[in-house]
Design a binder for this molecule. Structure first.
Ligand SMILES: [Zn+2]
Ligand SMILES: [Zn+2]
Length: 122
C-alpha cells in the first residue's frame, strides 16, 4: 500500500495513477508519482501541484533567505508565472475509477464526480 494512490482535492496522486504530462503541447504518458511532480513533491512551495515528463521539468534554484534551494519545476514555476491549466484525468484512470471493484464504495458515495468523469471520456 502506501502512497500508490491518494486523493488530493478533486484529483488523484501517486505512482499508481496514469497521467499525461501537463505541458499543453505534450502528450507524454507519465504517472502521478513524486518524481514527476513539479517542485519534486506534490505540495512543494515551489511547484504548482501539476505533473510533467522529464522534458518539461527544469532544474531551477530559488533564492531562499540567504541561501538557495534547487528543485525540479515546470517552466512556469521557474519563471514564477501563472500555472498551466490542469489536464483532465487520463482516460485509463477514469475507466479504472468507473469500473474497478475496489472503487465501488467510492462510486456509491461520489455519484456527481462519477457522472463528471464518465462525461469526460465520452
Ligand atoms: Zn509548476
Ligand atoms: Zn512533457
Amino acid at each position: 500500500m502506501g502512497y500508490q494512490v491518494y486523493q488530493v482535492g478533486d484529483r488523484w496522486g501517486g505512482y499508481g495513477v496514469p497521467a499525461v504530462c501537463e505541458h499543453p503541447k505534450c502528450n507524454e504518458e507519465i504517472d502521478r508519482g513524486i518524481s514527476y511532480a513539479c517542485g519534486g513533491e506534490p505540495f512543494s512551495e515551489y511547484g504548482c501541484d501539476r505533473y510533467f515528463c522529464g522534458e518539461h521539468r527544469v532544474y531551477h534554484c530559488f533564492n531562499v533567505g540567504r541561501g538557495r534551494e534547487c528543485v525540479e519545476v515546470c517552466e512556469r514555476c521557474a519563471k514564477k508565472r501563472d500555472s498551466f491549466p490542469y489536464k483532465p484525468e487520463h482516460p485509463d484512470w477514469v475507466k479504472h475509477l468507473l469500473t474497478d471493484v475496489s472503487w465501488k464504495k467510492w462510486r456509491k458515495n461520489n455519484s456527481k464526480k462519477v457522472k463528471e468523469l464518465a462525461d469526460s471520456i465520452k
